[in-house]
Design a protein around this ligand. Sequence first.
Ligand code: SF4
Length: 436
Amino acid sequence: MTRLSHDQDTSGTRRGACPALSAPMQTGDGLLARVALTDAITPAELVGLCRLAREHGNGMMDISARGNLQIRGLTASSASLLDADVRALGLPLREGLAVETPPFAGLDETEIADPRPLAEAIRSGARTIVGLAPKMTVIVDGGGQLRHAELLADIRLLAHATPNGVRWTVLLGGIEATAGVLDVVDDTTAVKMTLETLRQLAAAGEFARGRDLAAVLPKHEAAAPSPSPFATYRLSDKLWAVGIGPAYGQAEAGRLLELSATAARLGLRTLRPALNHSLIFFGSGQACEALASIAENNGFITRPNDPRSFIAACPGSPSCTAGSIDTHALSHIAIEELGDVLDGSFTLHVTGCPKGCAHPRAAELVLCGTADGVAFVAGKASDHAFGSTAERDARTSLNRIAALVRAERRKNETTTACIARLGQSRLALCLTSGRP
Ligand code: SF4
C-alpha cells in the first residue's frame, strides 16, 4: 500500500492516468502541470522533477496550498514531453480521485490511527465511480501533530479514540470547523459510507459537492487548529520531520534542486510536498535541524512566525493572465506596513483576481486585484469590497489599516478579533478618511 517506508527501493515505472499532469492548465506564463503525489518521494526524485521543470518549463515551480507540485511555463509540446518524463521517474502519482492524508500519516507516534489503509481502500473503491466533480476531495485524517483541518474537503474522515477502539467521524463539506457530521462509525463502515456518498454525488451530476449534503447536518465541534508545518517535529525515537517552504509557495526550480541536493547530502531520506506550500523532509533530528538552518540562510520559510507564512498569495500578474496586480510585490509591502499587525491570527489573502486560487475560502482581509487597482475585502475574494485603492496607493491604505488596528487593539486581543469587532464599515471609513 505505502510506497516508501523510508528505506525501500524506489525504482520502477508507474503508469496510469494522472489527470492533473496530462491535462495542464493555461496560465499567464504558459501551461501549468500539476504533479500530485500519494506518498513521499526521495530528495533525488525531487531533483529529477526540478531538472524537468527547467528542461520543459520556464524553470518556475509552485507548491500549492494542498501540497501539490506545479511546473510552470510549458508549451503544448513540452507539456507532453514533461508528462512522459515525469512518468518515467516512477513517482507515486495520484490516479483518479483525490484522497489525501496529512503529511505525517503512518509515521507519527501521536497519531490516533494510521489513515493510509482507509485512504487506499477509498481510492480503490472509487475507481469505478464515474461522474464526480473534477475537484472532489476526500481527506482521511488520523489525528497526529499536523492535520488537514483547514483544508476544504467534500468528505472528511476524522479519527478519534474511544474505549471501544478507534472510531471515524464522517464529515461533509467545508473545512473541519464548518463541516456537517454525517455519522461516527468504525473503519469498515467509514469506507462504505464514503463510497456510498461518492456514488450519491456522482449520480447528482458533476457539479454536486459534499457541501450540498451538509446543510441539514449538525455542525462539527472542531478541535484546535493544526500548527504550522514550518517547524521541526519529532515523530518517533528515530524519525523527525522539518517543514521548509519558498515564499508564497513559488520558487525557481534551481533553488528547490539545491535544497533537495543538500537534504540528500545531509542524509534526509524522503520528503513530501505538503500543506501551506511546504516541503516536509524526513530523517534524523540533527539532519532536520541542519537543513532548516541552511534553508533559512537561503531565504526559505523555516519558522512558524515568519510573516510570509501568514500570507496566501497566488502567482498574480505577470505569471497569470487573469491577474491585475503583482501579488508578490504587494505581499512584501503588506509585510512592511502591517508589521506586528500580521500576528498569525489570520491569513492575509493577496490575490490577482476574484477567483482567489490561493485561498478559496473566506479570509479576514483580502487584497484583490481589479481593473481599477486593489479591492479590500473581508470574506471570499469574490465578495463585495469594503474599500478600494489604486495599486500605487496600496501602501498608504495598508498603513492606515495597521494604524487603526494598533490604536484599537485591546490588551491580548488578536488582529482577527480586533478586525471582527471593528467591522467593515469602520475599516472602510479608515481607508477613505485616513484617520484611525
Ligand atoms: S486568483 Fe486569478 S490571478 Fe491568481 S492565479 Fe488564480 S486566476 Fe490567476
